[in-house]
Design a protein around this ligand. Structure first.
Ligand code: ACO
Length: 371
């Protein structure tokens, strides 16, 4: 038995949700470029869950269901006040809160299709409210209730700031949600599938996936990118900073990918958004610095930027706290996780691979007093 480090190149399941073939990403056969330019996040949710684009009335129904389920009961919100709120990372808070959400769903253990669809709506709707409410409560502010007249992206920004967002902000945020929604068998999606393949419930699957997304080699990279840009401080410092990091054999966050070789197709959309939004804010330095970092890094290593690199300056330009970048990734990716969980349930088999044993050979037990 031989193992493959990090399961590289291993095809672990079949899926008809998203594909990466020759560096092209598709959701259910639709090119990500096409979806980023034309589809709303709600349309993408429908596409991932039903494996087809919605008709107008179907989209309206989904929007209504999400809107109807966004509010969190006061009793639930009170839990945030019991967290060591000034010390916890919002991803840890989100992981706990999503687990808690399962406790409030009396049908969490009901595995019928109907109950699972209701859980999907509940999770997708409330994750936005959880992230924004936590972000406010930790600053001593009251949570802002969702508004029925706003779409998903607009509601998120509204619940975060308490102000109605501008159209350009809504469009940018909506596009970012579309771009992050699904990505074949990435680490967090695989985690979700492994969890529910034991026939565990959807809340357990999503809680596990949030834990996997949190790490800096996966979704946690976007926050680290912003930290790096802040450390670099100005455009002129970019080259020297990158050279020093590479000389110390440190990784540069936001570059490289296990699957893409020529480049991550999502990055160009975020690069363009970064350009526009930093200009709008009069803070072009973040975009200019990012461009200089990309040039300096790719001159040394043939590893193009991934989805996390330019999303950092995009979210920063939307006025979002840096430690909320990864929770926002989860707000979008929960749509993909749910699609994969539903697909796993449809044709389930326990996921249980083997390990290549590298420990000592057969030993004889020695009583403790003789060791
Ligand atoms: N900076 C510097 N060197 C890098 C980077 C990087 N960002 N990425 C890969 N390398 C180098 C490694 O040091 C290694 O070099 P070596 O062979 O000389 O030791 C080689 O490229 C292969 O790297 P691995 O880490 O083995 O590649 P793997 O396929 O396992 O990892 C990963 C992919 C985790 C994305 C990696 O490129 C990385 O750590 N990038 C930075 C973190 C990041 O941006 N993560 C987000 C990924 S996208 C997402 O999950 C949403």
């Amino acid at each position: 038995m031989t193992s493959t480090r990090g399961l590289e190149g291993v095809v672990a399941t079949q899926s008809s949700i998203s594909s990466i073939i020759d560096d092209t990403l598709t959701y259910v056969g639709y090119n990500i470029d096409d979806l980023a330019d034309n589809a709303s996040f709600e349309e993408v949710i429908y596409l991932l869950w039903h494996k087809r684009l919605p008709k107008e009335d179907e989209l309206a129904e989904l929007k209504q269901q999400l809107s109807d389920n966004m509010s969190l009961p006061q009793e639930f919100l009170n839990h945030f006040k019991t967290y060591p709120i000034d010390k916890v990372h919002p991803m840890s808070a989100l992981r706990s809160a999503v687990s808690l959400l399962g406790l409030y769903d009396e049908k969490s253990e009901d595995m019928s299709d109907e109950a699972n669809y209701a859980k999907a709506i509940n999770l997708q709707a409330k994750i936005a409210t959880i992230v924004t409410a936590f972000a406010r409560v930790r600053k001593g502010l009251e949570p802002v209730a969702p508004r029925a007249d706003l779409g998903y992206a607009a509601n998120f920004l509204y619940m975060l700031s308490g102000k109605e967002p501008e159209e350009i902000e809504i469009e940018a945020f909506d596009k970012a949600l579309v771009l992050h929604a699904d990505h074949e068998l990435n680490a967090s999606t695989f985690t979700a599938r492994v969890c529910v393949a034991t026939l565990s419930d959807m809340y357990s699957g999503i809680t596990s996936a949030i834990g996997a997304l949190k790490g800096p080699l996966h979704g946690g990279a976007n926050e680290q990118v912003m930290k790096m840009l802040a450390e670099i401080g100005s455009e002129e410092n970019a080259e020297a900073y990158i050279q020093e990091k590479l000389a110390n054999r440190e990784k540069i966050m936001g570059f490289g990918h296990r699957v893409y070789r020529q480049g991550d197709p999502r990055a160009k959309h975020l690069r363009e958004m970064s350009k526009q939004l930093t200009k709008l804010r009069g803070e072009e330095k973040w975009y200019n610095m990012s461009i200089r970092v990309e040039a300096a890094f790719t001159a040394q290593k043939n590893l193009p930027p991934n989805v996390d690199f330019y999303s950092a300056s995009v979210y920063h330009s939307l006025g979002i706290d840096h430690d909320l970048f990864t929770p926002i990734f989860a707000v979008s990716r929960v749509s993909g996780w749910i699609a994969h969980i539903l697909e796993q349930y449809e044709n389930n088999r326990l996921i249980r691979p083997r390990a290549e044993y590298t420990g000592p050979g057969m030993q004889k037990y020695i009583p403790i007093e003789e060791r």
